[in-house]
Design a protein. Sequence first.
Length: 432
Amino acid sequence: MNLSRHPVFPTLLALLLAAGVARAATAPPAAKPAAPAAATSRDGAGLIYAKVILRDGGAHEGFVRWKDEDAFWDDLFSARQNELPWFQYADQKQLAADQRERYYATHGLVDRLAWALHHQDDDVKVSRPFICRYGDLAALQLTEDEEEPVVAVLRDGREVTVRGPSRDIGTDLVVYTGAGKPVELAWDDVREIRFTAAPAGAKPYARRLAGTVETRTGTLVGNLQWDTSECTSLDVLDSKQQDVPLEKVKRIARNRRGGSSVTLQDGSTLELDGTNDVGEGNRGVAVEVTGLGRVLVPWNRFTAADVRLAPAGAPGYADFAPTVPLRGTVTTSGGRALSGRLVYDLDEAFTCDLLHGKLDECSYQVPFGRIAAVVPRDGTTCDVTLRDGRKLVLGGDEDTGEGNAGLLVFADGQEKPVWLAWSAVKRIDFAP
């Protein structure tokens, strides 16, 4: 089809050429500081521990699990941010032009036209998720405001208002108090979740799953969250044929019939299908890799996994390093070197924040505290060097190029930062 002869082409072309002028954003008021949660000496096998306060005044304390999902301190709490305060420091007009030019350089005409239609009101279209590890949270405060339903309180005292869509907002909770049957709590009945380390003597209700995951291009070793859900010795693999406790599973492999061949600890093998746990619809296998972060392997890249129960000594609440602002040196494409406090993509400003990117269709989420350097390759990918020397080439996300809103550098002694468009960045070296 020749798009130039389409009757709407002149209108679309005009919109394409006009798009990109931005209006300045307004910063939110400063967050009220909150006292960091205290850590004690026992890690509770890495299981989340908290006091859950209800709207009716009642409370339950113990190991807390998001029902059938998150259970460990390094699992990720995910939502959407309501405010993006760092965007006030960017040159909005230049930001819009920079994003447009980089998008056009990597997309065809049809995608460019769609982009122009989406930006025809001249606003910079920016939205960012809020994602952190549970071990970096002090509390979650639930409000009755539909626009700002949750306040996430970080351990350094920052408060961030967040909302859905999110599997972690609205999911019911299970509290293992150690006094008989666990307590199930409806999300709407909860007023606040106050996180803390498990006290000495608290007995873990389950063990963690771990293993070696084979992908189409390599292997990953670490703690597992199967189907981004099952992660403890209490969980089961659902299937049309039968349900299998994961603590009895030795190996799971995709088969040619669209299901899975599951080898049990006793050596027997089951051919299972019919559900997202063992076939199409599987949301992926999350692997928490020591020293790196979380890698989500999609079902289409998954080959097999050797499953086991993790040894004792999983990261506890006290094991999460104190959060500090990002600092480092940015080298520009023109050869300038700017040092000071950094804000990456006008969003990530602390060592607990996560860099997102993809490699071989697998999604990586790496805490900035583990990153030594980021070097843009082009408009869509970056070389990422970790502090332990590992190197990754990541792409497919705002953090790795496309849609990146640039960097702020707060030089020591200067109140106003320098904003650098992503296209002007040659290299970023993070201070230890």
